[in-house]
Design a protein around this ligand. Structure first.
Ligand code: UDP
Length: 335
């Protein structure tokens, strides 16, 4: 199948591109490189462009004979979304409408959309089940929920076949060492902890130790990016015209920030200095996935999402493999 991967130069999109190529599909990466990296585009053609540019997008879809879209391109920082909602609504909401309209223009009917556990908001009942009411408490979550609703309306009106995958906390790196996380600036917990362990930063700030959780710190469901990437193959084969499907993708287990710190210290054998800081606006106390629906519909059975593999692959990426990605790019003449 010929698949357009918006945001395919980004963290999760690039892992999906690798999985797609391994299964014999052709993945065309469409990315404006605002947060993605050219070194992460290795398994198919690259088309530079912004998702807001409907005409270019439709042209790319036609030129490559695209049959389905994996739509990853988005801004994804909860904290940033609170202070720059303009960027989030334009990029995530208007940008997604542009993707959908380009699909209509190019007669492409299949789309898998990267959504988030942030759409649920702060709920007491855990784990989170897909049918629960969604009431996001941050702007990022609201933008993603809006797109979920738009997809439902486009499915009813235009008969497109959409699937929403609600990622929990993506973490880890490609076990082969070819891909990994690199955000500038980095805001995500796992890479930050490991940068502190490596001495690349003096400490990490722990955002709030007075939450109503067992040790007072936020609980999240960390899921390996390779598992997220691989499940897009199953998603593509189970799309139904006119029907919006939505699935949680998590490990099903929650860990507190303090548990993550302890695991990182154990696995790296190095101390992680911590400074207690105020709560970060928009952070719910706990987000843990119920994964039964994804297991039934997609065969979701994450292979790499145990805590040790998540931390060990991230550590290997940071300390052993990252430079190789840049070197390979330089050798093929890229920037
Ligand atoms: N966190 C933290 N310090 C940091 C970054 C994150 O204490 O420097 C906490 C954050 O409050 C949340 C968890 O770690 O409870 C995961 O945050 P991250 O930004 O990695 O992912 P998010 O949950 O926002 O998608």
């Amino acid at each position: 199948m010929k698949v357009l991967i918006t945001g395919g130069a980004g963290y999760i999109g690039s892992h999906a591109a690798k999985a797609l190529a391994a299964a014999g599909h052709e993945g065309v990466v469409y990315d404006n490189l605002s947060t993605g990296h050219l070194w992460a585009v290795k398994w198919g053609p690259f088309e530079y462009g912004d998702i807001g540019d409907t005409t270019t997008l439709a042209g790319v879809m036609r030129r490559h004979g695209i049959e389905a879209v994996l739509h990853f391109a988005a801004r994804s920082y909860v904290g940033e979304s609170a202070v720059r909602p303009d960027i989030y609504y334009r990029n995530n909401v208007s940008g997604s409408i542009s993707v959908l309209d380009a699909m209509r223009a190019a007669d492409v009917g299949k789309i898998v959309f990267s959504s988030t556990c942030s759409t649920y908001g702060a709920r007491n009942a855990m784990p989170l089940v897909e049918g629960m009411p969604q009431a996001p408490i941050n702007c990022y979550g609201r933008t993603k929920l809006m797109v979920e609703e738009i997809l439902g309306d486009y499915a009813s009106a235009y008969g497109i076949a959409p699937m929403v995958l609600r990622f929990f906390n993506a973490a880890g790196a490609d076990p082969d060492g070819e891909l990994g996380e690199e955000h500038v600036p980095e805001t995500h917990l796992v890479p930050l902890i490991l940068q502190a362990a490596a001495g690349m930063r003096p400490e990490i700030q722990l955002f709030g130790d007075d939450y109503p959780t067992t040790d007072g710190t936020c609980v999240r469901d960390y899921v390996h990016v390779t598992d997220l990437g691989a499940t897009h193959l199953a998603a593509l084969s189970r799309l139904v015209p006119g029907e919006l499907q939505a699935y949680n993708l998590g490990s099903g287990t929650g860990y507190s920030v303090r548990e993550m710190l302890a695991a990182a210290e154990r696995i790296t054998g190095r101390p992680v200095p911590v400074q207690i800081a105020p709560r970060r606006p928009g952070d719910p106390p706990r987000l843990v996935a119920d994964t039964a629906a994804a297991a039934a519909a997609l065969g979701w059975s994450p292979r790499h999402s145990d805590l040790d593999t998540i931390i060990a692959t991230t550590w290997a990426w940071m300390t052993e493999h990252r430079q190789n990605a840049y070197r390979a790019l330089a050798n093929r003449g890229g920037a």
